[in-house]
Design a protein around this ligand. Structure first.
Ligand code: ACM
Length: 556
């Protein structure tokens, strides 16, 4: 039944034409690299068996569980070595004889009238093959209840698929507003639908420290709570139709707003993400955006406070003191705890918008600059980041920072997250970079279709090209990919967060996964109609494509 595989370069060449000619009725997001529509349909029945080789049983169970919820069929996973013969009304997951050219995330999906084979070199690919199969079935398969009276048919296809970029991410700011464990898991579940694989978790900022560090309990005792829920008085809240108040669980017994993740919460979230092949990238902000940490531990600031986590009302320095060796001891101890919780290779240390002018007001910092022969505050910032990088690299991890870590000289192995430029410069110097430009990837900006400049419309996200203009081909592999960024100063609830994330995350997933040559806005809009149906069934509060543009966004 399987046609012999084309080579990957030929497959890339074919992607757009085959899709347009043969598979118009499919509504896959992100669009696979190569889709061949074949005659007929496969029908899932209560008698369908799901088979998996031993190493693939968990991945197969994930699909079986999803199918049971909406079909009500008693689908179980049976372990069996792939027989090599056409299946009989079965779904088979296997790594045997997989095409290794597909890579760790690639897969082959063959849907025939008599069965389905999902074959991949690694589990991530098998998982994505299962996600694609779900999108071939009627949208009701995403229902959270049993749906009766549906013929669970998938069109026969042969798909070969692999991602264009390895980094397909979403950032959630849980400092400005807190999202609890269940809410974070909901978002992770929704990311997996679109084969997004990096969850960038912005865990600390001026408005709240959200990660339990047993050695420094004050970080969460003090730093996780504030007197006001928003960071603007309510009358200045953005006029978003999706704004909803935080749930009561976000208020402590004394009425203060906040919350934090225990170490157990974090381990569970990391495991939940791993089951969906999502790597969690924690962000611990430094040297700026650190007011909550300094409210708890003012001894590591330049001027010793006073600090308050009510930074919606008062602006404080919020910046660590690099002239105090204990500051680095503290940060090293915090990161050592963070490394124990997050097995992924990356640690994001922020590095953006540092109010370095506070440093030059400090006599101790001026002495440090003289001693280290640092001429500018930017060089002092670079000194700070380089010191942290030495510690991070010694633990076998890679440092990521926002664009500003380029200032004063980039640390040796650092990865740049480009929100206001720098990726091209970094890539040309041999550094990796992730593209999150504010005008295409900032999902806290309104969607509005008739977009003024600071709106991030769905079409703008969809048409985003992650390779920076003018970057020569020999440097392009340094662009790891892209991610959507959700800052939550004005977003206090899960429904509002979902409204900002979806459907733009699907559009960005396509920019990150699918071949550039296959990008087609009209066809995406056609597929989106089906995808909106899926999101609605899943209970996601997504932004309807045909909503009128919003007005009144005061800008970033
Ligand atoms: C940022 O938006 N300050 C990275």
């Amino acid at each position: 039944m399987l046609k012999k595989s084309l080579g990957l370069s030929a497959a890339l060449f074919c992607a757009a034409t085959i899709f347009a000619a043969d598979t118009n009725e499919l509504a896959l997001i992100p669009l696979p690299q190569r889709v061949q529509r074949l005659d007929g349909v496969f029908t899932l029945t209560p008698q369908t068996r799901i088979y998996a080789d031993w190493s693939s049983r968990k991945t197969a169970s994930f699909l079986a569980q999803r199918l049971r919820i909406s079909t009500g069929y008693p689908l179980k996973v049976h372990q069996k070595l792939f027989p090599g013969a056409p299946p009989s009304n079965d779904i088979f997951f296997t790594t045997q004889n997989a095409n290794t050219n597909l890579g760790q995330e690639g897969y082959e999906l063959a849907v025939a009238t008599n069965g389905v084979i999902i074959r991949a070199p690694a589990q991530a690919g098998l998982f994505y093959g299962g996600e694609t199969l779900l999108q071939l079935l009627p949208p009701s398969v995403f229902s959270t209840n049993i749906v009766e009276g549906i013929s669970w048919q998938a069109p026969c296809v042969h798909i070969e698929d692999w991602p264009r970029f390895p980094w397909r991410g979403l950032m959630l700011d849980v400092s400005r507003h807190f999202f609890n464990k269940t809410e974070v898991e909901t978002i992770l579940d929704e990311m997996a639908l679109y084969k997004l694989n990096r969850f960038h978790w912005h865990l600390t900022d001026d408005q709240g420290w959200r990660i339990q560090i047993p050695k420094y309990p004050r970080l969460t005792q003090i730093g996780a709570w504030r007197h006001h829920c928003g960071i603007e008085p309510p009358e200045k809240q953005l006029p978003s139709p999706a704004w909803t108040a935080p749930t009561p669980d976000k208020f402590g017994p004394d009425g203060r707003y906040g919350g934090f993740y225990t170490q157990d919460d974090i381990r569970q979230i990391v495991a939940f993400a791993a089951a969906r092949h999502i790597v969690v990238v924690p962000e611990i902000e430094m040297p700026g955006h650190s007011e909550a940490a300094l409210a708890a531990c003012p001894q590591f600031s330049c001027f010793g406070g006073p600090y308050s986590t009510d930074s919606d009302l008062r602006i404080h320095e919020g910046i660590y003191n690099p002239s105090n060796p204990r500051t680095f001891q503290f940060l090293d101890q915090v990161l050592a705890e963070v490394f124990k919780l997050f097995p992924g290779p990356y640690i994001h240390i922020g590095g953006d918008e540092v109010r370095t002018n506070y440093w030059s007001r400090s006599a101790d910092c001026r002495v440090l600059m003289k001693r280290e022969n640092l001429h500018t505050e930017n060089e002092l910032q670079s000194y700070f980041i380089k010191k942290m990088e030495t510690f991070i690299n010694a633990h076998g991890k890679t440092l990521i920072g926002w664009s500003e870590i380029l200032k004063g000289g980039l640390a040796t192995n650092a990865v740049v997250m480009d929100w206001i430029g720098g990726a091209k410069q970094a890539a040309e110097a041999g550094h990796d970079a992730v593209m999150t430009p504010i005008d295409s990837c900032y999902l806290d900006h309104f969607h509005g279709r008739a977009s003024p400049d600071n709106y991030v419309s769905l079409e703008r996200v969809y048409s985003f090209e992650p390779i920076p203009a003018g970057l020569e081909p020999q440097y392009q592999s340094h662009i790891l990919g892209t991610e959507g960024v959700l800052w939550t100063e004005y977003i206090a609830s899960l429904p509002h967060a979902q409204y900002m994330i979806f459907p733009r995350a699907g559009a960005l997933a396509e920019a990150a996964w699918s071949p550039k040559s296959a990008r087609d806005w009209n066809d995406f809009q056609r597929r989106l109609k089906v995808d909106e149906w899926r999101l609605a069934l899943l209970g996601v509060n997504y932004q309807r494509e045909n909503d009128p543009p919003l007005v009144g966004w005061p800008g970033p």
